[in-house]
Design a protein around this ligand. Structure first.
Ligand code: GDG
Length: 459
């Protein structure tokens, strides 16, 4: 039987099903890796003065984890550089924030080569390799150069942008060509897949053949949409946990005679937090009768704090939340609680359940798992309402949410009013349809469909 090798930039160390600190993706991949006697390979998160390619191997929950340390310059040029200062902004439609620097390209290629050279001896003849996300696009090219003939699949967790944006990237052609060294490319949605096909057709004379086979650069590759889901079963366990119940009680005590709106997002400009605050401000201006009766809890753990843009957005949000609170707060009420802390998964489940409205309004998002977690956490007898950006990949599946344009403060304000006044029947009807989808299209379905499609490629 073939073994599954997963490669990603960082490894979220699995800690067993139901673990409060582990991400859903880590758990889902762990389950798959266990079934395939697999190996998970990535950067340890540590740096070393000189790259040695030395692998640290541990066994965790039936899975072998292999990590390497990178040099400080690698982290600057590859991770903080090309991945997070170039690709992330461009792929999230923020070419104004993108930085193009030759050293970033070099660092990106060097680290991908280092990853490939280090993992090469670990790949057995029948193994299948699954590479994750924008940090690792050229990995297959590097592995092929080293003679690897195995099936290699790639999954992009973030959007594939319109070709007008892709073409702003110096070396976009090489980047896209590198994807043709995979056997299968997975996107979150058909929209991102179509944008990729559109690039091929207009930029490199590529075409779509039968059965989702793409042809360009004299090569072919299979591609498809594989929308990622959450581990809905595990999330149900989290919701029923004692920690979730405690958090629910704490939040419910804060919400007596008041409705809570919740947002949970890493601090990132793609998540539309400033627009969200401005939309909420407009709602407060337009609806004085809601003053004192509603508050927004925005949970936002810091991320990528050593990239300048992230410090700028942090300052901007501090200012904005302070301004809105100063303008509207009363002695016993402030409209926004803006928290830069990380909570445990089970605690988050309790917070979601206590919220009358889940506000998920990214300006651009590959999928967005918070939308799915919010739905999975609701009380079926008295569910809350999900407000979801049309620019999240999740909007293509979660049609019973209140779908909004996150750039429009008016739309946000109106959706908030509608959600806060929605009757129980309508809330239940929407919730039931949404929860059905979250349960059916869960992370196991995602993983299995991708691996099956990869195994089915001609290789
Ligand atoms: C990328 C793509 C795609 C957040 N705060 C805390 C916490 N979280 C968890 C959430 C959720 C996860 O982080 C965030 O997932 P998202 O999907 O919303 O967004 P990204 O991090 O940008 O992820 C995205 C995803 O990859 C998967 O393919 O959906 O589009 O951008 O699970 O709950 N978790 C804990 N404490 C927190 O304070 N424990």
């Amino acid at each position: 039987m073939s073994r599954l090798i997963v490669v990603s930039n960082r490894i979220s160390r699995p800690a067993g099903r139901g673990a409060a600190q582990t991400g859903g993706l880590a758990m889902a991949l762990t389950a798959g890796l266990r079934a395939y006697n697999g190996l998970w390979f990535g950067w340890s998160g540590n740096t070393t003065p000189e790259f040695t390619g030395e692998i640290t191997t541990t066994r965790s929950d039936g899975v072998t984890i292999a990590t390497i340390d990178l040099e400080d310059i690698d982290v600057q040029e590859y991770y903080n550089g090309y991945a997070n200062r170039t690709l992330w902004p461009v792929f999230h439609y923020r070419i104004d924030l993108a930085a193009y620097d030759r050293s970033f390209n070099q660092g990106y290629d060097r680290v991908n080569r280092r990853f490939a050279e280090t993992i090469r001896p670990l790949i057995g003849t029948d193994d299948i390799v699954w590479i994750h996300d924008y940090h690792m696009i050229p990995m297959a090219r590097e592995l092929r150069r080293l003679g690897v003939k195995n099936r290699i699949g790639f999954f992009l967790h973030i959007p594939w942008p319109a070709r007008q944006l892709v073409t702003t990237l110096p070396r976009h052609r090489q980047l896209v060509e590198a994807l043709f060294d995979y056997d299968l490319i997975g996107f979150q949605t058909t929209e991102w897949l179509e944008a990729f096909e559109d690039y091929l057709a207009h930029e490199v004379g590529g075409s779509v053949l039968a059965d989702g086979v793409l042809e360009a650069f004299g090569k072919t590759v299979r591609a498809g949409a594989f929308p990622i889901g959450i581990d809905a079963e595990d999330f149900a366990v989290q919701v029923r946990s004692a920690a979730a119940a405690r958090m629910y009680d704490r939040m419910a005590a804060q919400s007596v005679f008041r409705s809570m709106i919740v947002g949970v997002d890493r601090l990132d400009y793609s998540k539309g937090l400033d627009e969200r605050f401005l939309g909420f401000e407009l709602f407060l201006k337009d609806n004085p009768d809601f003053h004192g009766k509603v508050f927004l809890l925005q949970i936002t753990p810091l991320s990528r704090d050593d990239v300048d843009t992230y410090q700028d957005i942090r300052t901007q949000l501090d200012t904005l939340s302070g301004r809105i609170n100063a303008a509207f707060a009363d002695t016993d009420w402030s409209p926004i609680r803006y928290v830069n802390r990380n909570y445990r998964r089970d605690e988050l489940a309790g917070v979601y359940r206590a919220a009358r409205v889940g506000l998920v309004t990214p300006l651009r998002d590959g999928m967005n798992l918070v939308a799915k977690e919010y739905v999975a956490a609701q009380n079926p007898e008295d569910p809350g309402v999900l407000i979801l950006s049309r620019f999240a990949g999740a909007a293509l599946q979660m049609k019973e949410a209140l779908i909004v344009n996150p750039f429009s403060h008016e739309e946000l304000s109106e959706a908030l009013k509608r959600a806060l006044t929605m009757d129980l029947n309508e809330r239940k009807r929407r919730y039931e349809a949404l929860f059905d989808g979250v349960r059916k299209d869960d992370v196991t379905a995602w993983r299995e469909s991708f691996v099956k499609a990869l195994e089915a490629t001609p290789g």
